[in-house]
Unconditional design. Structure first.
Length: 396
């Protein structure tokens, strides 16, 4: 009896020690996670203040790049700021950090998995929003899951007054990198991007969705080993264009309001026609022209209100010949745009053909598939320029 009692006491003591050790280990991991989050916040805050993407590149190498650093860290709305201070976690294990961007519906924050220390992105949306979209956007991400360049949703749920979606953390957007390169991409970089961008749109369409907001801000580069991979985000405006089982296409309609960004919207979207696959393809054409010229002819038009602005953009877009739009570029860019505009409502774009015409240009120009983008070269040149100054400073 005494032996059994002693054995039971010993077993209980061992169990208590193990529990204590587990608690200490959990506290240690949580402390490390907080330190990592603090360091990540410090890096992102410094990066945004100086508006220089050098920090973003360094953070990419370290696996801590911001999801989208296109906006400065500004004053959040009082409600969400108070909520974040009082509710530092979502989904139990994700701690909310600083704001790092905005989507079509909701604000995006840096987050940390307090168990693993992994840095993530957290998108928040008020449950009182007139047209809540975050749950729908989560559904779209889940429908596209597994595709190349599609971020994974780690968690979705409601925390207090906010819906929250936890996503993979990605690198800078193409708009950020465009600004970093003085708002001019070389033909090589545009062609390297075009190949991936067409494939991303093809994949989204293959899953029966339209993106409906194709623009540089919604394409983000990856991190680390996937630093050269283009990723697509912000599916708040995405829409099914066909039944995923029967492939029955949505009907042609007119009188629709403009959905997306007027600068990159297709002509048919301006005309109020229901969007289909052709419109994503046409929008991508304007993105490529934007990267080459630095701007589009319909930017900066004066208007009294938003409707007048959209109307003037449409008029300029319709009246500007493709020869003018594609001036200075190989003829294949004009072929691409004319092809996109010639598609009928139900037509499936020939994505392979579109990729091939740009690959032919790439080979004809003698470019190498080394995935050395302009921002990589620009960064190296910037670093080289700083070396003599640093050396001179050392000698003084």
């Amino acid at each position: 009896m005494q032996r059994q009692k002693k054995a039971a006491e010993q077993k209980a003591l061992t169990l208590e020690r193990r529990q204590r050790a587990a608690e200490l280990e959990q506290k240690r991991q949580a402390k490390e996670a907080r330190q990592q989050e603090k360091e990540a916040n410090r890096q992102i805050r410094g990066d945004l203040k100086c508006q220089d993407l050098e920090m973003v590149h360094r953070m990419q190498d370290e696996g801590q790049a911001a999801l989208d650093v296109r906006e400065k860290i500004g004053a959040d709305s009082p409600d969400i700021l108070i909520w974040c201070e009082q509710n530092l976690r979502v989904g139990v294990k994700y701690r909310i950090g600083r704001k790092i961007g905005s989507g079509s519906f909701g604000e995006i924050y840096l987050g940390t998995n307090i168990i693993s220390g992994e840095v993530v992105a957290i998108k928040l949306e008020s449950v009182r929003a007139k047209h809540p979209q975050l749950e729908y956007e989560t559904h779209v991400y889940e429908s596209l899951a597994g595709g190349v360049g599609i971020p994974s949703v780690r968690w979705f749920g409601t925390e207090g007054d906010y819906n929250a979606m936890v996503l993979d953390l990605l690198g800078p957007s193409l708009e950020d990198l465009f600004n970093f390169c003085n708002r001019k991409f070389s033909l090589k970089t545009i062609l390297l991007l075009a190949d991936q961008l067409i494939s991303r749109i093809e994949y989204i369409h293959s899953k029966s969705f339209l993106h409906r907001d194709i623009k540089p801000n919604n394409f983000l580069m990856g991190m680390g080993k996937r630093g050269n991979q283009v990723n697509v985000i912000d599916f708040g405006l995405a829409k099914r264009y066909r039944d995923p089982k029967t492939h029955f296409h949505i009907p042609y309609r007119e009188g629709k309001n403009l959905t997306g960004t007027a600068r990159f919207a297709s002509i048919n979207t301006h005309l109020g026609v229901e969007q289909s696959r052709r419109d994503d393809v046409e929008s991508l054409g304007y993105v490529m022209l934007y990267f080459y010229h630095g701007s589009l002819p319909w930017q900066g038009l004066k208007a009294a209100n938003q409707k007048q602005n959209c109307d003037r953009i449409m008029e300029r877009k319709i009246s500007t010949p493709t020869e003018i739009l594609c001036r200075g570029l190989p003829n294949e860019f004009r072929v691409y745009l004319n092809y996109a505009r010639s598609l009928r409502f139900n037509d499936k774009p020939d994505y392979r053909y579109l990729r091939q015409i740009f690959r032919d240009v790439f080979v004809r120009q003698g470019f190498q598939y080394d995935y050395v983008f302009d921002w990589t070269i620009y960064k190296q040149q910037k670093n080289v320029k700083t070396i003599p100054h640093a050396a001179a400073k050392g000698r003084s």
